[in-house]
Design a protein around this ligand. Structure first.
Ligand SMILES: [Zn+2]
Length: 363
């Protein structure tokens, strides 16, 4: 359930009131009150109500309110915090089946819960499945994996999927590392794809707290086992937790943290619906971006494209640290990622003014 802004500010003012009343009663039980005149000035001895508190602390209250309302748009600070957490050495590269991969999933669950998304997995926010390592021969080829699924219900007939994978290459023992001797090295995966997860969490926070009931529902999904061949997104599409016919389109973010001002951010999938040109019309951004018609490559968007669902795929491009232990958080451009997410919000808002899209195959 979503709390309206009004309910939220009322709850907030009640919390402040309760806190002050609490402090006041503690203070009144201190015997030598006269030696603390500042406290008498601050709390007073008159009858306390929410109104007196709001009269006494109008500036503080307003600042807190303003802070709360503007704090919800994507911020470079929070993007950095998410990436530093997910791609730190102690997360051991979030390899599928590892305890650290499960910790990353739990982190996403906490964030989804915090902003008030509704669980839409099969076990709360989790959709567990078994992933299989196929590229290399290992004794533990079957591994426990999870998708993490949160729903923003706007009581609309159709739903938009926003997704990013959270797994990476772990300690380099699951194939696809480009390091010379990958085994035993932490593949942090800051750009691939802690950056996309940070984007997912920021968009979830924005839409869950903006106090607008959009004309579409939003399904936020963190996919597991993408690095083993899009296994999380394919599992979801085979075992969907809501009817696939209700899906309007899918937005995928994979590697959006290494913005290169010469290249710009690439947005794939432009050809997957005839509606996209209208959505992009007049959209401007302080960062450079370009579109690409293809929607069937790169990441989990390919699995949705294969099911004839229109997609958009955000990507800041390849770099020498791709799939190597050097894909580290200090190389992320969080300021640019903030702008990419704001661009994504502009596009989403425009897309939500359009009727449900029709899929077009890209030749
Ligand atoms: Zn990736």
């Amino acid at each position: 359930m979503r709390m309206s802004w009004k309910t939220c500010s009322q709850t907030f003012s009640r919390c402040i009131a309760a806190l002050v009343i609490c402090c006041r009663s503690v203070y009144q039980n201190i015997p030598d009150r006269s030696s603390r005149p500042w406290a008498t000035r601050l709390i007073g001895n008159d009858k306390f109500t929410e109104t007196t508190i709001l009269k006494r602390f109008p500036t503080v209250f307003m600042l807190l309110l303003v802070g709360a309302s503007f704090g919800q748009t994507p911020s470079a600070d929070r993007i950095n915090r998410h990436i530093n957490w997910l791609a730190s050495d102690k997360m051991q590269g979030r390899g599928t089946g590892s305890p650290e991969n499960a910790k990353a999933a739990a982190y996403i669950v906490r964030q989804f819960r915090k902003v008030g998304l509704k669980p839409l997995g099969t076990d709360g926010f989790y959709q567990p499945f078994t992933a299989k390592v196929r590229r290399v021969v290992v004794t533990d080829s079957l591994r426990k994996a999870n998708n993490v699924i949160g729903f923003l219900n706007n009581d609309a007939p159709y739903t938009i999927v926003i997704g990013a994978h959270y797994d990476h290459l772990g300690m380099g023992k699951q194939g696809s590392s480009l390091a010379e001797k990958p085994e035993g090295q932490i593949h942090n995966g800051a750009d691939d794809n802690a950056s996309g997860v940070a984007g997912l969490l920021e968009l979830a926070r924005y839409y869950a707290t903006n106090d607008v009931k959009e004309p579409y529902n939003l399904l936020f999904m963190a996919f597991g086992a993408e690095e083993l061949g899009l296994q999380g997104s394919r599992y979801f599409l085979n075992q969907p937790t809501l009817p696939l016919t209700n899906l309007n389109f899918m937005i995928c973010m994979d590697m959006i943290g290494r913005y290169n001002p010469e290249r710009g951010v690439g947005i794939g999938g432009y050809g997957t619906s005839e509606t996209w040109p209208q959505v992009f019309k007049g959209v401007e951004s302080p960062i450079k971006f370009f579109t690409d018609r293809a929607g069937n490559g790169g990441s989990d968007n390919a699995a949705f494209y294969a099911r004839q669902i229109p997609v958009l795929f955000f990507h800041t491009g390849g770099h020498p640290d791709y799939h190597k232990p050097t894909d580290d958080p200090d190389k992320i451009d969080a300021q640019a990622e903030e702008q990419i997410l704001k661009l994504c919000i502009r596009l989403l808002d425009n897309a939500m003014q359009q009727p449900k899209m029709t899929f077009t195959a890209v030749k």
